[in-house]
Each structure stands twice: as C-alpha cells, then as structure tokens.
Design a protein. Sequence first.
Length: 461
Amino acid sequence: MSNSEHGRARAKGRTTAEVLGADRVESPPPLLEERYEFLGDEDISIDRYISRDFFEREIKTLWPRVWQWACREEHLQAVGDTYVYDVGPYSVIVVRSGEDSIEAFLNTCTHRGTRILATEGSGFSPAFTCPFHGWCWNLDGSIKNIPARWDFPHVDDDKHGLQRVQCEIWGGFVFINMDPDAAPLADQLDVLPEHFSHSPLERRRIAVHVEKRLPANWKAAQEAFMEAYHNIETHFSPNGANAQYDIFGRFVTRFIHNIGSYSPDALEDYGPSAAPWLDPPLTEDQQLRTMGLGKFDDENIPDGETARRIAAEALRKSVGARLGIDLSDCSDSLMVDSIEYHLFPNMFFFPGISIPMVYRFRPAGDDVDSSLFDLLILEPLPEGATHPEPPEPVRLDVEQSYTEVEALGWLGNVYDQDTGNLRAQQQGFKASRKPGITLGNYQEVRIRRLHMTIDEVMNED
C-alpha cells in the first residue's frame, strides 16, 4: 500500500456523518465536520512511558510551558478563596484577589523557598503567610510583611512578591501557564471556543468530582480514553466500531462515538470473539435497552423509528425535567453520543448532555509509573441560576473501585473497566522486548498526534 493510501481505510457500515444525518434533531455544524490527517505509522517508543530520563524532560520542558486547567471559577466565588493545583513537582496557588480578578502564583516562598499552602484543592486565606518564618503577602502577590524587616535592607519588595503565573479563563475553567512568555490561551484552545458555543461549559456546574491515583504513566492513562477501539473487548459493547476521529491541529483532537447505532457489518472486522452475544444482531428495541443511558423498559420502537431517536427524545424530557432546563432543541447526538475533545496535553471536554464529562490526567509527583485522574461531571445550570459551591473531590487510591462513588451510578463499572487494564499495560511496557507500541492509522491517530505535539513543545527553543 502506498503512503498516499495509508489512513484511508474505514470500518464497514454507516459512517458517523450518515448516523447524524438520520437523527431527528439536527446536530450543530461543528459535529458535522470531518478532519482526519494521516500522521505516519511508525511505532511509538516504549521508553516514553517508562524512562526516568524522558519523564524528567517532560517535567522540565513540557509542563512549565503549556496551559492546563487548575480549577473552575466556582471554586473561587469570594475574595480570598484559593485553589492549589499540583502537577508533578510544581504547585500553583490560584486566588480570587478581587471581586473581578483571579490571579495565580507559584506556591513557594521568595525568602527560602518553602511551600506556602500545604494542601492541594480549595481553601480560603485573607493573605498568604509562609509557615517557616512568617513572611506574608497580599492576595495580589505583593509583600505585606517581613518579620524583622531591619535585617533585610537589601530586599526589594517589587522583586520579592510571589512569583506570578499566567492565568486565563475559558468555559468556566481557570487555566494556568508557568511560562511568563507563553502564547495566549486562545492559541492552544484553537477550535474549542467555536465548537463549544452550542454547549457553553461556563453555564455548567460540578455535580461530581472524583480523583483517582492510577498505576500507569500519565500518557498511557489518558490514551485509554482516546479511542473506542477497545470497546468490544473491554466494555463488551457493540458501539464504537464506526467512531469518527478528527485532528484539528497540534493541540485539539476529537472523537464522536455514536451510541445506539452499532453496525453488524463493522463488527465482522473484529473476528468471531467480538461480542458473540450479538449473534443474531440486536433489534432496535433490544439496542434501546442496551444503550447504557437509562432505563427504557416502557419505550417501544415504532416502525421506521430508531433507538437513537427514541432515546434522545426520552432523555430530553427526563434530563430536562431533572435539571430544570429546556432541551427541546438539543440535537440527538448531544443527547446520546460520547463526543470527546482532547486539549493538549492532558484535558478532555465533552459537550454532550447525557455524557457531560471532563477529564484531566497528570503525573503523580515524581513517579513515572503513576498518575492522577480527575473526573468531573458537569451538569447544565437552569437559566438565571448561579453556581452553587462545588463538591469536595472524592479521592480514590489505586485499589479502590469507582463503584464506591455512589453518585457515579452505572458509570462506576465503566470507569473500572476503562482503568482496569492500566497496571497490566505499564507492567507489559517494562517486560517487552519489542521497543515500541504499534498504533492503528485511524482509530488511534489521536494518540500519535499527542506524542508528536509533546516532542514539538519539548524541542521548542
């Protein structure tokens, strides 16, 4: 096969565009875009997941250079509200310093380097005081007090304020960048503001926040969520074989994973072990009851209708009533599909209503073999409603199950499945004689784009 033909192959059956074209309520234009690009087929070095040297390069030349969300605006509702965000060895204080201002600083004393705020997460402070010698700063980072000031005639207050970190807001998320010369956040967001104009994340609230430590490198952990190729073997689900994958540039990729539209033709490509319980193929009635988006025992599929249409309409009514919002114009796809945007290097945003997640993956301290996974469920706010105080995150250790988080409901089992292969994969990396991992040209292209951009950022002068 010539290079010009690589990446052109697709699964049999209906495409995402064809599925969305048959929906009752039309999808917004961004969901109808297709933007695939063949990026090569070379193996990705396993060292990128297990090498201490590579990990330390990331710590020094990746994480300090990129925009990453630290918290939500709703974490900082009153002047003096703080949020401490840790990534690898770095720690950043985000603070509402005034009624209309949010600022960010490195969480380190400019006297002798001590960490100022000890605990990650939400807090409140009228000023910042170092626990070692008591140096104190105002909320805007300026020096407030130096004990025994007589002994520091050489200290210039302007040069000993807290070390400022760039801070911008999009979609209700507070982003930070530790590089004082970094390009604006808009450059990294690329198409996201346009694509989320129909699903404004600033008009959502945190309903659930779960943080779990995972036994895998931060890249391997998030890559488990970047493709639907694993669905049949990992989730025993027929959905995902015809998912669409898009590359919008260096920083933003997407998949659209249609729910309730599985294709028996596409499943032939997965071999005889692929979900044998799908023989014979499911009827539309059976498909409706296996969509995993709620109970539809009282729903029947009239002739000429589809499971997707029926599920979307039922969810518009039930979810709209529960949240107190009008979803009558919300597209079928936004109601039922898993639509996932990845923002480099470690963030995922879902515009959907029934699958309204946000993910974040980051190194767990200086451990190359473990990571922290933040899972947020963001629910739309009723018109005119203000953001309530966000819930405290539920923190799970490696061996704990997502099913322990009652608020996740049936999703607990799904996330256990999604993360259940990670320990074995990290172990397999280290045992392998083969020096690299092999990626599919289409279904795993987002993973390749991630690694390309990591190299581009780390190699910038």
